[in-house]
Design a protein around this ligand. Structure first.
Ligand code: 5GP
Length: 194
């Protein structure tokens, strides 16, 4: 997605060979116009598969997911990373190791919002080693629901999460695929349609 690539080039900060900071439009401040385009693009890329719910993880997955939910006309659920006072019963949980924080979090979703007949599109801001996506897949499976696909805003294709998920047979659509962050430079994988 060209608009997203331009934004990454203009505002992204390469913190190391493996970490990209995009807090001016996705991870702290949010650019609603860009999020709207991202939502439209996800809706377009998954228009051929059945989707009844979107599942993401707080907090940076929420903005792109809500925009996709708006275009796809489906509800959006976000997995919580911390225990909530009000979310205590009927929990589906999974342990997720965080690449950026170097710690494991228990993520949880109420089973009131995921049913066996749901077709779930998983969306997240970044894909690195695939831990977050795998945790969300795990939660969908616990509910007995079906994973329709995985939508990622920024995939770091030099890490193996994307490959692992595609090898499991999931339709993974990433709006920007980064080949390398070496030498403080962002290089994208050339996409066919661009
Ligand atoms: P994974 O679970 O695929 O290993 O890592 C994805 C998760 O880690 C995302 O939810 C995202 O929050 C975080 N993450 C991984 N790599 C980066 C990165 O380079 N930059 C930012 N901002 N977040 C990242």
């Amino acid at each position: 997605m060209r608009l997203l690539q331009q934004k990454i080039l203009q505002e992204g900060k390469v913190l190391s060979d493996s970490v990209l900071k995009v807090d001016s439009f996705l991870n702290h401040q949010v650019d609603p116009i860009l999020m709207k385009e991202i939502g439209k693009e996800f809706a377009n890329r998954f228009k051929e598969v059945p989707v009844t719910k979107i599942l993401t993880i707080e907090s940076s997955g929420i903005a792109p997911s809500v925009m996709a939910g708006l275009y796809m006309d489906v509800p959006v659920i976000f997995a919580r990373k911390r225990k909530s006072l009000t979310l205590t019963e009927n929990l589906l949980t999974s342990s997720v190791y965080s690449f950026t924080k170097n710690e494991s979090n228990e993520i949880s979703v109420s089973n009131n919002f995921l049913q066996e007949n749901d077709h779930v599109l998983i969306i997240d801001d970044f894909l690195a080693n695939g831990e977050a996506a795998q945790g969300l897949i795990n939660i969908v499976k616990q509910a007995g629901a079906n994973v329709s696909g995985i939508g990622i805003v920024i995939e770091k294709a030099f890490q193996d999460g994307g490959e692992k998920l595609r090898l499991q047979g999931y339709k993974v659509e990433s709006l920007a695929r980064i080949q390398s962050l070496a030498n403080k430079q962002v290089t994208f994988i050339r996409e066919r349609e661009e």
